[in-house]
Design a protein around this ligand. Structure first.
Ligand SMILES: NC(=O)C1=CN([C@@H]2O[C@H](COP(=O)(O)OP(=O)(O)OC[C@H]3O[C@@H](n4cnc5c(N)ncnc54)[C@H](O)[C@@H]3O)[C@@H](O)[C@H]2O)C=CC1
Ligand SMILES: O=C(O)[C@@H]1CCC=N1
Length: 267
């Protein structure tokens, strides 16, 4: 029997990771989940065949505890876990803003903690995840986190000082692309396109651009220049984007997300 992994607070991200870990070949018997609502637990049991337990039982039994509650619920969860976690357990936190120090202070001394920021493309095995070690986490603990996350996408190690920035960039990143897609579809509507046709054109352009970005090895500036013909249509659009300060808005938006992440541990 492999090591037992518990996902505590299996909501959107917890379930996405659970299904990814099962797709990657782990058996339901190697997993425990906890939920706040009974109906949610019943649904996960039925959907994935995993055992649903209390936080206290998960803390006692699992080798690795994956904390996937909202940052605002983290203090309460850690309070519930504290009396039950034996020494030597690995704690992996998926929460935005919550530092490894915050977790270390609220659990028995010396537990290894790894902080992770992933994103919703976990659902399609295209996540971007970053991992950082807390003060008691060693190479072996980072490896456990990487082994869990690499089947569902890419994983990068970063210093914890960059975690709030990574949360702003790649944790929230998919939302910015969806936002741009919405805006482009609105433009299509303005130009008289049927909504479904506009959506198809925009989505396929996004997928094509994403695959070229990932697979061509070309810098984004060169890829954009290749689209931008002298005296042509693209430069007319780029001029408007620059006139409206879109680049500065993106930079400031992501800085605001980073700053909000820093506030989350304060409750
Ligand atoms: N949604 C996203 O795109 C991303 C979210 N995250 C992080 O992942 C974490 C979870 O976010 P979501 O899955 O979106 O939230 P969610 O609200 O869908 O899931 C959290 C779950 O935890 C449960 N819960 C709360 N307190 C509990 C307790 N004491 N015991 C057991 N269950 C409890 C809630 O009922 C809920 O089902 C957050 O910390 C967030 O910062 C990270 C990356 C991306
Ligand atoms: O919006 C949030 O707080 C979470 C963290 C990263 C993505 N979603």
């Amino acid at each position: 029997m492999g090591k037992l992994i518990a996902i505590l607070g299996a909501g959107k991200m917890g379930e996405a990771l659970l299904s990814g870990v099962l797709r990657a070949g782990r058996r339901p018997a190697e997993l425990l989940v906890t939920t706040r609502r009974e109906e949610r637990g019943a649904l996960l049991r039925e959907r994935y065949g995993v055992e649903v337990v209390t936080n206290a039982e998960a803390a006692k039994r699992a080798d690795t505890l994956i904390l996937s509650v909202k940052p605002q619920d983290m203090g309460t969860l850690l309070g519930e876990l504290h009396p039950h976690v034996p020494a030597g357990r690995l704690v992996i936190s998926m929460a935005a803003g919550i530092t490894t120090g915050f977790i270390e202070e609220r659990l028995p001394a010396g537990l290894p903690v790894v902080r992770v920021m992933s994103n919703t493309p976990v659902h399609v095995d295209e996540a971007m995840s970053v991992v950082s070690a807390g003060s008691h986490a060693a190479e072996e603990h980072l490896r456990v986190a990487e082994e869990l996350l690499s089947p569902v996408g890419r994983v990068l190690r970063i210093p914890e000082s960059l975690q709030d920035g990574a949360t702003a960039l790649s944790g929230s990143g998919p939302a910015y692309f969806y936002y741009l897609v919405e805006a482009m579809v609105d433009a299509g509507i303005l130009l008289g396109m049927p909504r479904a046709a506009a959506l198809e054109m925009v989505i396929q352009s996004a997928v094509g651009a994403a695959v070229m970005l990932r697979d061509s090895g070309e810098h984004p500036v060169l890829l954009r220049e290749a689209v931008t013909s002298p005296g042509g249509t693209t430069i007319a659009a780029i001029r408007e984007l620059e006139r409206h300060g879109v680049r500065a808005a993106v930079i400031e938006a992501i800085e605001a997300a980073r700053n909000r992440g820093r506030e989350l541990a304060e409750g």
